[in-house]
Each structure stands twice: as C-alpha cells, then as structure tokens.
Design a protein around this ligand. Structure first.
Ligand code: 6PG
Length: 249
C-alpha cells in the first residue's frame, strides 16, 4: 500500500476521531450531491465506529434524503443477533435519520445459505450501479476498520475472498473457527471507492497500523486497500498511531 497517497490523522480519543470523521463525511456528501445528486457510503461494523455513528445520527443538515447506505460486511446471523452489523447500524444511526428505507441496503441474512445472501447483495449493488450509470460500484465513501490480524471488512488472512476479482460480494468461512460465516464486499469494490476511511483505535492496533502504513511489503489484507482513483484516509487515536514514525500526508 506504501506508494498509495494517504492522509494520516491522529487524535486523543474516539470523540475527537468521531468529530473529525463527521466533518469529512459532510464534505464528501456535499461534493457528491453537487457531482451526482446523491451520496453513497458503505459502512463497517465493529466497536471503533460506534461513537461516530451515534454522533452522525444527530447531524440533521446532511442530505439524508439522497444518501444511500450499504454494508461493508455482515455476519450470517439473524437480524436480532447482537453480532448483526445491520442491527447495530440501525440502532445507532439509521433509525434516527430521515433516510428513505429504499436507500438502505443491508446484507440480508434471511436466505438458507450465506451464498444466497452474497448473491442477493451483489444484485442489489449492481442494480444501484445501473441507476447511477456506473459499470463498477463507485461508492463515494467506504468506512473500514482493521483487526489485529490485519483483516478489514471480512477479508481475513489466508482466505480465498482476498483473491476474488469477479464477484462484488462473497461468502467467507473463517478457517477452523466456530465464528459465523460472513458476507463481505471484495477488493474490486473497495478499491474503486472515491474515498476510503480506515478507523482504528487502541494500542492493540498499533502494530498492524504501522505494518500496513510503513511496511511497503506488507501482505496483510488491509494493506491491499489501495484506491485506484480515490483518497485513503487513516483516522487513528494516539494508541493506534503510537508506533508510526511519520504522521501527515
Ligand atoms: C466487522 C468489521 C470488521 C471490523 C474490524 C475492527 O464487521 O466487525 O467489518 O472488519 O471493522 O474487526 O473491529 P473493531 O472496530 O471492533 O476493532
């Protein structure tokens, strides 16, 4: 990833990270509205973005009526499960903002198999692309987290999904794990985004953040996030950025 232009911003805490992210979200949404008359964002689950989602839900002046929200990934569990990302996003953000229900694009887990959910979600993404006349999904913003093992979305080390180049969304079975299967968007979608945010907080992420930002040979999945024509912005707290030797653009 090293030769990809990236912005690195470091803050004292999750609140400052959230406030900064809101400002960036608003700027991107405004530009998208001017360019295309709509704003599309794909959002991740996890703990790190929770405060941002909560604070974003209070931002009434954003163009919610023309905003489309997609999911970066989902665990193949019922909506009611606390592990369901859509459930979390609904609780923290979506049910508090005037976004038209048809503009919310969850990865539904109603199918009998996760492969069916992945196929249905891919169709949803494609029909949205048709409506915005773009061959490949061109999200204005994709918000990603990062795991200590360097995964992002549900793109985990040593899984076939890392090498997917055709499908926009695939099913992921975690190796020898009792964790639920997942559905995730793939690198062709991620790396086609106009803006990608990486949010990371906590000293436990410092090593992986240093590796993906400063090790040009990193083989971690998150190091393969390299927007072709987009911006890559790291939004970190002091803990996650504590091992970096250089901060800034
Ligand atoms: C998810 C995310 C996953 C997450 C990272 C970081 O569904 O959980 O897609 O990639 O972003 O695991 O999670 P935390 O923010 O909780 O550290």
């Amino acid at each position: 990833m090293n030769d990809i232009a990236k912005e690195i911003h470091m803050f004292s805490n999750l609140k400052e990270m959230a406030d900064f992210t809101i400002g960036k979200w608003a700027a991107i949404a405004t530009a998208a509205m001017e360019d295309n008359g709509l704003f599309s964002a794909a959002l991740s689950g996890g703990k790190t973005p929770a405060l941002f989602y909560e604070k974003l839900s209070a931002q009434r002046s954003l163009p919610w009526g023309k905003t489309h929200i997609f999911m970066v990934d989902e665990r193949f569990v019922p909506y009611e499960s606390v592990e369901n990302n859509y459930h979390m996003l609904n609780r923290l953000l979506l049910r508090h903002v005037p976004i038209p229900p048809k503009n919310v694009h969850p990865i539904l887990t109603l199918e009998s198999l996760p492969q069916g959910s992945a196929a249905r979600y891919e169709k949803d993404i494609l029909s949205f692309c048709k409506s915005v006349r773009s061959a490949l999904p061109l999200f204005d913003l994709i918000l990603l987290g990062i795991g200590e093992d360097g995964h992002t979305a549900s793109l985990f080390p040593d899984t076939p999904a890392l090498n997917e180049t055709q499908h926009l969304a695939v099913c992921v079975t975690l190796p020898d794990s009792i964790a639920p299967e997942r559905i995730t968007i793939t690198f062709p979608v991620i790396n086609n985004a106009r803006n990608i945010f990486f949010l990371a907080a906590g000293e436990n992420k410092a090593k992986v953040i240093k590796d993906i930002i400063e090790n040009k040979d990193s083989i971690l999945p998150a190091a393969r996030v390299a927007p072709q024509n987009g911006k890559l912005i790291f939004i970190l707290d002091k803990g996650a950025g504590s091992l970096l030797t250089k901060i800034g653009k």
